[in-house]
Design a protein around this ligand. Structure first.
Ligand code: TRP
Length: 372
């Protein structure tokens, strides 16, 4: 098997998360640490129990400071290159759990500048998408008093001042090594990582006191946190903490992640109709079932490679339900089509509520957006 490729802009191949922990130099999210989060939160979460969040940096320090009543905040973000799909909301579901549980501010960066610089999109397009994507984030039910959303180019006065301090400490050769830039990369991109890293320090500026951030995000974003953690002591900011999740797998099979850039026909967007969801899952979800009914009844399906089952591990919170689905699929009692039907129902039930909240969010968006 060829080596998988994981960068903030590309995820290819079958990802070996154990190897990423080693390669990125992060730490395993161990059982005792999971217990600590659950204790602080007074509640468990299926994404912790199932190791969807599997790695971290300095989480102990973050939890200890929270326990001591020090100022801490959450930070996550979104690159507005298209409509929001289900893969994007995985860390947001977890952010909602953490904000409710820990009662702390949450900062959400929307990078219209990044997607303008790295994609074939105009700035007008990425800026418009930014505000559409914000609706999906607000629809998750965050508290407007504690949730601060900003769009990079519209909050530039504040962000630029932090970002240039970061940029001064990062050489071109380090940006090349960390992000794979070369001589053909535009110079906007060479500067841009400073914007994503700078947001680690925005809560300190905004709250006007040292505020450590914890970033729930997929592991491909970790290179930015490496830079931020490297420059933090030089600039007098607390080092950011991070908690990393795996990617929602592509519906098409165990390689890569769900993404709009590749295979958008098989991507489920938050704005899809129930019929579109049904068609996409039925047509594209990679099956771990056997070729014939007899064989399937006899040998059963393989949940480890079955896209519908894998998706249920992200979206079906009930451990007992999930286990019975797994057992029945493995024994051959549950057919691939029936498994897909379970996922279709789950996704459509979620989207029905989400789409209502998303439209409502249009009226309330101003309560969330940071302006300067
Ligand atoms: N670069 C991210 C993307 O393309 C967007 C982003 C900015 C982000 N800040 C973040 C994602 C913090 C996770 C956490 O999607």
């Amino acid at each position: 098997m060829s080596k998988a490729k994981v960068t903030p802009w590309e995820v290819k191949g079958v990802v070996d998360y154990e190897r990423l922990i080693e390669e990125f130099g992060t730490n395993h999210l161990t059982e005792p640490l999971i217990k600590k989060i659950e204790k602080a939160a007074k509640k468990s979460h299926h994404m912790l129990r199932r190791k969807i969040f599997f790695s971290h940096r300095d989480l102990e320090i973050f939890l200890k400071e929270h326990e001591e009543g020090k100022s801490v905040a959450l930070y996550t973000g979104r690159g507005p290159s298209g409509n929001t799909h289900l893969g994007h909301i995985v860390p947001w579901i977890f952010c909602k759990y953490l904000q409710d549980a820990l009662d702390i501010p949450l900062y959400f960066q929307i990078t219209d500048d990044e997607k303008f610089l790295c994609k074939d999109l105009t700035l007008e397009e990425t800026n418009k998408l930014a505000y559409e994507n914000a609706l999906d984030f607000i629809a998750m039910g965050f508290d407007p008093k504690k949730t601060f959303i900003f769009v990079d180019t519209d909050y530039a006065k504040t962000m630029y001042k932090i970002a240039i301090k970061v940029a001064k400490k990062v050489t071109a050769s380090s940006a090349q090594a960390v992000f794979g830039f070369d001589n053909s990369t535009n110079i906007g991109m060479y500067f841009w990582p400073a914007m994503q890293s700078a947001t680690c320090f925005l809560p300190t500026v905004h709250q006007k006191k040292p505020t450590r951030t914890l970033i729930p995000a997929a592991i491909d974003q970790d290179p930015y946190w490496r830079i931020a953690r490297d420059v933090a002591p030089k600039l007098g900011y607390p080092k950011t903490a991070a908690i990393h999740c795996t990617f929602l797998p592509s519906l098409l099979g165990p390689e890569g992640k769900m993404s709009t850039s590749e295979g958008s026909h098989a991507t489920i967007f938050t704005t899809d109709t129930p019929d579109e969801v049904k068609k996409k899952i039925n047509k594209y979800a990679f099956s771990g079932g056997k070729d014939t009914l007899e064989e399937h009844r006899k040998h059963g399906g393989n949940p480890a490679i079955d896209a519908a089952y894998q998706w249920l591990t992200f979206f079906e919170e009930d451990d007992k339900k999930l286990k019975s689905i797994r057992d029945n699929y493995k024994s051959g009692k549950l057919l691939s089509g029936e498994l897909k039907a379970i996922l279709i129902e789950k996704v459509n039930a979620f989207l029905k509520v989400h789409q209502k909240k998303r439209e409502l969010a249009r009226k309330h968006i101003d309560k969330f957006i940071l302006k300067d």
